[in-house]
Design a protein around this ligand. Structure first.
Ligand code: NAD
Ligand code: AKB
Length: 317
């Protein structure tokens, strides 16, 4: 039996991607792995493994023992946390990707998935409808690691034929796990505050527009890309991907239509500079043309869905 390994499965993206992969391939064929043993308890429907991606012997052993043929490598330090310990962020984000790409060659893997981010863009990038190919010059360690990672993915594809696929996600918004240290994560936290009946103090200014996406759309995009015929995946660095763009004030006003007493204040901190260096909106024409990407959720539909479903999840946090 050929298996799929998810590294960093217990995070925001992995928690939901692992569930859908288990539905598609059967839980016996999916191994959810993470550094955090406690967080793996939620995966009762698939195999699990406590695994540090930096422990090369342990990763090799698991791949061999379990006949792993696909890897979704999600473990990373995100933008805001990365700035607190840049050398560690570089080491984890870069060394782990290069290791996974080497493993793909060593074990003749079918496919690898590795997410990039809008953090590859920087202050000199066109801000509106940012094109697929343009000046990048990221100025966070997270963005630098994602840009370098994209170059390595394309290199391993062209030089060694590794079938590695990637998306430049915008800020991902889900309600099934807690924020993981990103600049866009205010848009996750704000729903928790609204449901709890608490005031929300936003670390970005009211008018900071950023590209965002609801998690079900992100899962759909990821699996559409991974299931696309190889010849349709024409970009081997990473695809621009877009759904919605909004500001903190716009998401607040949308939540307020459900919770009229909800209040907000704005206290921009170091994350404001990170957000200011990123695009307001993204042109994802290539993803739409090459493998048929289409998003389902706008701000209104996403907000209604989160506010309807989050209360039932809160007992698990
Ligand atoms: P997250 O921080 O929520 O989850 C990361 C997971 O990796 C955590 O469960 C953590 O325990 C695990 N991990 C950390 N170090 C590890 C190690 N050494 N070995 C094994 N596991 C380790 O992150 P996320 O939001 O789920 O993001 C997943 C991926 O998607 C990342 O590569 C991130 O850069 C990318 N991405 C996320 C977003 C977003 O908005 N969430 C946007 C763009 C790109
Ligand atoms: C972050 O804010 O760091 C992430 C991302 C956009 O990559 N959510």
């Amino acid at each position: 039996m050929e298996r799929i390994l998810i590294i960093g499965a217990a995070g925001q993206l992995g928690s939901e991607l692992t569930f859908t992969l288990s539905q598609q391939y059967g839980g016996d064929n999916i191994i959810a792995s993470d550094l955090n043993p406690k967080a793996l308890e939620k995966f009762e429907y698939c195999k699990t493994a406590v695994l540090d991606i930096m422990d090369q012997d342990a990763v090799r052993k698991l791949i061999k023992d379990q006949n792993v043929k696909q890897i979704y490598h999600l473990a990373a330090v995100l933008s805001a946390t990365g700035e607190k310990n840049p050398r560690f962020a570089w080491q984890l984000n870069m060394d782990s990707l290069l290791f996974v790409l080497e493993l793909a060659m060593e074990f003749k893997m079918d496919k690898i998935y590795w997410p990039s981010s809008i953090a590859v863009f920087g202050p000199n990038t066109p801000k509106i409808n940012t094109p697929q190919f343009c000046v990048k010059e990221p100025n966070t360690v997270y963005g630098i690691s994602k840009q370098a990672g994209e170059r390595w993915c394309e290199y391993y594809f062209q030089k060694f034929g590794v079938d590695v696929r990637s998306l430049r996600y915008p800020g991902l918004i889900g309600y099934k796990s807690l924020p993981g240290g990103g600049t866009t994560d205010y848009a996750v936290d704000i729903y928790h505050k609204a449901i709890a009946g608490e005031h929300f103090d936003c670390f970005l200014s009211a008018d900071t527009a950023l590209p965002m996406m609801y998690m079900p759309d992100a899962i759909k995009a990821t699996l559409d890309l991974m299931h696309a015929p190889k010849e349709n995946v024409k970009i081997r660095s990473s695809y621009n991907l877009a759904a919605i763009s909004f500001t903190p004030e716009e998401i607040y006003q949308c939540i307020k239509t459900h919770h009229p007493d909800f209040t907000i204040s704005y206290s921009p901190d170091f994350r404001q500079a990170i957000a200011d260096s990123w695009p307001d909106s993204i042109d994802d024409t290539r993803a739409r043309e090459d493998w048929g990407w289409k998003h389902d959720y706008d701000l209104k539909k996403m907000t209604a869905d989160i506010l309807r479903n989050l209360p039932a999840y809160l007992v698990n946090f």
